[in-house]
Design a protein around this ligand. Structure first.
Ligand code: FMN
Length: 204
């Protein structure tokens, strides 16, 4: 592994739990792979553009007929992903799903006839598989009930990112969850300890 694309999605800067554990995961990867190049993109700070009419028309038009500007942002984001041997996404859960900035990134990089093809057998990814890590911080619990027995929240985040990345060919996704981080210092510490243990299990 020579390079990694590191996406952060929290608007909370240094206070962000997902960024903190994402940084720790990056440090572990860097120790395992000396000289690892990290391309960091803070999506909260520099969000991808929303899908507009020009993009919607361009993805279904022959490339020769497409104004290059319509797909310029998409091309740059896809190129950054293609250039990376691994992908790390550190994100909060917002309303059971991905933050809008991460959805905007997905919409730019999951592109028909560029990163996947549509076939009678279904969508076929065009990117080589590579290790991907998803660090998710949530105020409550979604992998199971809370310690107090409150039922698990819906989770439209991890399954969505798994499906979106699989569509383009990236199927080696590992999820590291930080749950209950807004439920007091004790729960937050426990979440960090568990996430660290999971990183150690995955990377040694
Ligand atoms: C707009 C918004 C929506 C949120 N929705 C959820 C949610 O659906 N479930 C949950 O457990 N926490 C929710 N939270 C809490 C965040 O997931 C939590 O604060 C988490 O720490 C944010 O990650 P960060 O520390 O990396 O910023 C929400 C927070 C915000 C600001």
């Amino acid at each position: 592994m020579n390079s990694v694309l590191y996406l952060t999605c929290s608007p909370r800067g240094a206070l962000s739990f997902s960024r903190r554990l994402g940084d720790e995961l990056l440090a572990r990867l860097s120790a395992l792979h000396p000289g690892l190049r990290v391309a960091a993109h803070d999506l909260a700070d520099a969000p991808p553009p929303w899908i507009d009419a020009a993009f919607s028309a361009a993805i279904l038009s022959p490339l020769a007929l497409t104004p290059p500007a319509a797909l310029a942002a998409s091309e740059a984001l896809i190129a950054a992903l293609e250039a990376a041997d691994a992908l790390v996404i550190a994100t909060p859960m917002h309303n059971y799903g991905v933050p809008a900035v991460l959805k905007a990134w997905v919409d730019q990089i999951v592109r028909i006839n560029r990163t996947f093809r549509s076939t009678p057998a279904g969508k076929v990814g065009l990117l080589a598989d590579r290790p991907a890590y998803l660090v998710v911080a949530s105020g409550g619990w979604f992998t199971g009930p809370s310690p107090a027995g409150t039922p698990a929240q819906p989770d439209f985040l991890t399954g969505y990112i798994r499906a979106a990345l699989a569509t383009i060919g990236i199927t080696s996704l590992h999820v590291i969850a930080l749950e209950g981080v807004t439920r007091g210092a004790e729960q937050a510490d426990l979440a960090v300890t568990r996430a660290r243990a999971e990183i150690t299990r995955l990377l040694g």
